[in-house]
Design a binder for this molecule. Structure first.
Ligand code: 2P0
Length: 337
């Protein structure tokens, strides 16, 4: 019999987000609890659409990514996530998951953020969990930390959760919520210099950084100040301050990785070429600031009015790359069955 509140299928859409204050390092891997709080902007490009349909009488979940059956680590992570949903729902019914990504997977372009946010919203609906937005964010976090932020549109802060007390207490306090921001009219110019999958997963790279980098502790401490200053800069709509803080926080995160043993280096020569073009733009009086994630690609924060000029400068710097202009995008939502 169908479970109470549960429908046969549900489809959700979510967009990736780019952190302006980075999440890097877990205090609890099983619960996906971060060492530090982070803050991001959800984009209006690269949506992920995911449909979850309940199966009767099947002994396993089936997952397809862009029409290709998932195997290995991807299948394991999605199945573990669905298992968590089933435990909460008191259900034993397996699911068929069909997901469509428009972003290159595993290239440091936040495919796991949009992916698990869409999966959380669709799975919560189909298994009838009855969660509010904060609950959906806490759930999405268990799939991938950054997915907690993609539940919301615009700017969102993901709270680390209390760092004293038990992991169970931190779990309750670790979710994202929207951040008040004055009218910034921002754009994020995304420079895809390499769309290939990363050589070290962010999960492994975080672990290595936390375990071996002497710079991790200081970066995590300074990140608290960065976050407080970032919130203030967003409130007053100060794009230069927002950009400066984002850029220094990102470079600090990469410094912690470079100091890990062995080093994790996601930045490539093309990354540095784009960074040089961003410096030149600033020298010319344009507010343009760079941030990089677990890959060589660069996202340049600027005013929307300057976005075409910034995109042109970045295109000239890396003629082989793909450059596109993104703006603030919507939170994850159900599309229906
Ligand atoms: C972020 N990144 O804040 C940081 C900055 C990449 C660099 O979140 O292990 O895929 O699934 O929780 O969310 C990438 O890590 O990691 C990420 P898991 P996730 O956006």
């Amino acid at each position: 019999p169908p479970e109470r509140g549960a429908a046969g299928s549900a489809t959700a859409v979510a967009h990736p987000n780019i952190a302006l204050i980075k999440y890097w390092g877990k205090r609890d891997e099983g619960l996906v609890l971060p060492w530090t709080s982070s803050l991001s902007m959800t984009l209006d490009v690269f949506p992920t659409t995911t449909r979850v349909r309940l199966e009767s009488g099947s002994g396993h979940d089936t997952v397809a990514l862009n029409g290709v059956p998932a195997t290995g680590e991807t299948l394991r992570r999605v199945t573990a996530f669905l298992q968590l949903v089933r435990e909460r729902a008191g259900s034993g019914r397996r699911a068929v998951v069909e997901t469509h990504n428009t972003v290159p997977t595993g290239a440091g372009l936040a495919s796991s953020a949009s992916g698990f946010a869409a999966l959380a919203v669709a799975a919560a609906a189909v298994y009838g969990l009855g969660l509010d937005a904060g609950g959906l964010s806490r759930l999405a976090r268990r799939g991938s930390g950054s997915a907690s932020r993609s539940v919301f549109g615009g700017f969102a802060v993901w709270h680390a959760g209390a760092d004293t007390g038990t992991a169970a207490e931190a779990d309750l306090g670790s979710y994202a919520e929207p951040v008040p921001a004055a009218d910034l009219d921002p754009a994020l110019v995304v420079a895809v210099v390499d769309a290939g999958p990363k050589t070290v997963s962010s999960r492994e790279a975080m672990r290595r950084t936390v375990d071996t980098s002497p710079l991790f502790g200081p970066w995590a401490v300074s990140g608290k100040d960065d976050l407080a200053e970032m919130r203030a800069a967003l409130r007053r709509g100060d794009i230069d301050a927002v950009g400066e803080i984002a850029e220094r926080n990102a470079l600090g995160m990469h410094a912690t990785m470079l100091a890990a043993r062995p080093a994790v280096r996601y930045l490539s020569p093309a990354t540095v070429t784009v960074l040089d073009s961003v410096l030149r733009l600033r020298r010319d009086g344009i507010a343009a600031y760079a941030t990089m994630d677990a890959g060589p690609n660069v996202k340049v924060l600027c005013r929307r009015a300057d976005a075409e000029r910034v995109a042109g400068a970045v295109r000239d710097a890396v003629p082989g790359g793909t450059v596109l202009v993104a703006g603030p995008g919507p939170g994850a939502r159900l599309l229906g069955e």
